[in-house]
Design a protein around this ligand. Structure first.
Ligand code: ADP
Ligand code: MG
Length: 693
């Protein structure tokens, strides 16, 4: 029979829900019975403690057991208003329960009847009153005396109604909820069963009851997530790549670089080279704060591939960055005197179709060794003769599926991923579960830490004085604004308006340029090239310069309406300065006077440590926004906080390893439910092509 009562039924099958309520519930993303069952409270109200003595309880919310004294009376002080007063006895006191315009309550409670009452306790004149209380007859109590759920609501559905509907859904289908965690783990780690945990989340019997339920769900989330990543990682580890052997030629080129690599860079290059030379397919994440020197690692690796006779590709998140990389690689090849041997090309969406076609042909023929480009590289009709290495810059901008599309173009090419978003190692393992990780934890020498100040617009004149002084000394300046055009709704200053203003006034003696995302790629390139070559003193820009842009001579970045940006984003932005040997400044212009806004800016003032900043950002904005996990297809975790629950993350990781040691394909009966969940999860990650076998 239970087939006719499935949890995936439309929510209308739940008692008390008709078409109207179903519509309202849909606004809360509740469409099936299951959705309703998993619609957990956002908070709880604890009405367990009954008060017997009311001294000192004035204006507090109280729960009491009382006896009805007499019939309620109604008075009508003016039209449209009726006041219902019900006298009740608590010990030797008389209290008044008071309602407004609810005449039907007259006569509802009989003298002598015992009630549980909860509400705010007030003294009005001489009367001790509780107005609009929750009242439940003794023995028929739903909330009073309990911890009761508080749900997220939508107009038209009260918390009481939602509580009732959830209860009906639980009555109907809780029994059909399957256990996900293998029973041997439930026993070993004393976990609550799934049914009990769901029940407890809606109606906890105690705080411990609630904590145990939350713990169980955290455990489950991590078990499924980490198992899935293990499966994925294993599938990848088994993949055979290409041995990239250049007979040590690249190693000897490193001596000729314009600067001496840092210890951290050398270590990372060693790790990358050893991956490339082995038969195993490389999947490596290089993580290093802004300015730590990731680009040179990408370049050297691609040169190595090329000297070994293979093609490679570098994908950048913006055309601006791609063409900048293209220029720097060109320079580097000349400097190393291998520009005759290593042929490179740039492919962006801005190119003419005819140009692209020629380029694509030369990729297929193998004429081009290294191609640098944007997403255009992922387009279906780009093919290679022998691609052996793919580098993606600023990985947090790419989705997993995009990356794998590219991987399919070659025969398991090695993959190198660069990211500046600093995250804890364990967290990185979860987010980039399929990758090995190299960390650049050292900045090139001679860097003077960026000084960050928060100011408000009353002292802009002084700021521009400071800017002029620096330009006169030969430096260049970025001015960043959140928007392109003036927007009436928000009082945000647009890049265009500020550009015009400065050109006419504060900076009229200098050369200014405007850069924003709506310009064509060609226009953007030109502006950036001019800025790079020192033809432009001040670049007024939107956040298109956020990632990667490298102009070491620029030493000031002013950010208008800084409060509009995420902390990690601001950190990335200011990473555009402090790249040379000049003392550098980041000026955050913020007129928002709220405490939280002040605190946010203070964090940036007080530290240059991208790790600390990302942790704060995570607290304020959540995982999906900070780490781009949503782009990676990793669903937001509902229960686990990857910073706070680090200990559990590690514990469950160990458990997963044990499970897979014993049952690598999850074929044992006891692991079958887990297997199903892992499959579901892989599907969400768009990795459903991965099998257990
Ligand atoms: P990111 O890690 O943010 O991508 P880049 O690779 O753009 O950083 O490097 C930032 C700047 O530091 C560049 O101008 C680069 O040439 C320079 N650089 C990189 N490595 C070193 C080094 N070992 N010594 C000196 N300068 C370096
Ligand atoms: Mg970079």
């Amino acid at each position: 029979m239970s087939d006719f009562h499935s949890i995936s039924d439309d929510v209308q099958y739940v008692k008390g829900i008709g078409p109207n309520r179903a519509k309202l519930l849909k606004k809360l993303d509740i469409e099936t019975v299951e959705d309703l069952i998993y619609f957990f409270p956002r908070d709880y109200q604890d009405l367990r403690k009954f008060s017997h003595d009311l001294t000192g309880m004035l204006d507090e919310r109280i729960s009491i057991k009382v006896e009805v004294l007499d019939q309620a009376v109604v008075s009508r002080p003016r039209r449209g208003l009726s006041i219902i007063k019900q006298r009740v006895i608590l010990g030797d006191m008389i209290l008044y329960l008071v309602w407004f315009n609810q005449d039907y309550l007259v006569g509802k409670y009989k003298p002598g009847e015992r009630l549980n009452v909860s509400g705010k306790f007030k003294k009005i004149g001489r009367e001790l009153q509780i107005s609009s209380p929750i009242v439940e007859k003794e023995g028929a109590t739903r909330t009073i005396g309990k911890i009761s759920p508080i749900y997220r609501l939508t107009k038209g559905i009260s918390n009481n109604v939602l509580t009732k509907l959830v209860k009906n859904a639980l009555d109907r289908n809780l029994k059909d909820i399957d256990e996900t965690i293998p029973s041997y783990l439930i026993e070993k780690y004393l976990l609550k069963s799934k049914k009990d945990a769901i029940s407890a989340l809606h109606h906890p019997k105690s705080n411990e009851d609630l904590e145990e339920a939350i713990y169980r769900f955290k455990f489950e989330e991590l078990l499924v997530l980490q198992s899935a990543l293990l499966v994925y990682k294993r599938a990848n580890n088994e993949a055979i790549g290409t041995k990239i052997n250049d007979d040590g030629r690249t190693g000897s080129l490193i001596e000729k670089l314009p600067f001496k690599l840092t210890g951290a860079q050398n270590k990372v290059i060693e790790e990358v080279f050893s991956d490339m030379e082995s038969e195993k397919k490389m999947n490596r994440l290089v993580q290093g704060d802004v300015g730590s020197g990731k680009t040179i690692i990408a370049f050297i690796s691609m040169i190595k591939a090329s000297l070994a006779g293979f093609q490679s590709a570098l994908i950048a998140p913006t055309g601006v960055l791609a063409s900048q990389h293209f220029d720097s690689l060109n320079e580097l090849l000349k400097l190393l005197k291998i520009d005759n041997e290593v042929k490179i090309a740039l492919l962006t969406g801005a190119m003419k179709k005819s140009e692209k076609d020629i380029l694509k042909d030369s990729l297929v023929s193998g004429e081009i060794d290294i191609v640098i480009g944007t997403h255009a590289l992922i387009e279906e009709d780009v093919f290679f003769k022998s691609i052996a290495l793919i580098v993606t810059d600023e990985q947090h901008r790419f989705g997993v599926s995009q990356r794998s599309k590219l991987e399919m173009k070659g025969m398991n090419p090695d993959v190198l991923v660069m990211s500046a978003t600093p995250i804890p190692r364990t967290l990185a393992l979860i987010i980039y579960g399929d990758l090995d990780i190299s960390i650049i934890d050292e900045l090139p020498p001679g860097r003077v830490p960026i000084k960050t100040f928060m100011i408000n617009s009353t002292i802009l004149e002084r700021m521009y004085g400071f800017i002029r002084k620096n330009i006169d000394e030969g430096r260049q300046v970025y001015i960043v604004c959140p928007m392109i055009e003036e927007n009436e709704d928000f009082k945000l200053r647009s890049a265009e308006a500020i550009y015009e203003e400065l050109r006419a006034d504060e900076l009229k003696d200098y050369s200014l340029a405007l850069l924003h995302g709506k310009m064509t790629a060609l226009e953007k390139d030109e502006v950036l090239r001019d800025f790079y070559n020192g033809k432009i003193d001040v670049l007024v820009s939107t956040t298109v310069i956020e990632v990667g842009v490298n102009v070491p001579n620029a030493n000031i970045m002013s950010i208008y309406d800084a409060d509009r940006f995420g902390l990690s984003q601001l950190h990335q932005l200011r990473g555009r300065v402090g790249r040379g040997n000049y003392e550098s400044f980041c000026i955050l212009i913020n007129d928002n006077r709220s405490e939280i806004s002040y605190q946010r800016m203070k964090i940036l003032e007080s530290t240059n440590d991208g790790f600390k900043i990302s942790e704060k950002d995570f607290e304020l904005r959540g995982m999906g926004d900070v780490f781009g996990t949503r782009q990676h297809g990793i669903p937001d975790l509902r229960f686990v906080n990857l910073f706070e629950d680090m200990a559990l993350v590690k514990e469950v990781e160990k458990i997963c390893l044990e499970i897979f040691e014993e049952d690598p394909k999850l074929n044992l009966q006891e692991n079958s439910r887990l297997k199903k969940e892992v499959r579901k999860f892989l599907k969400k990650l768009e990795k459903d092509n991965i099998s257990f076998n």
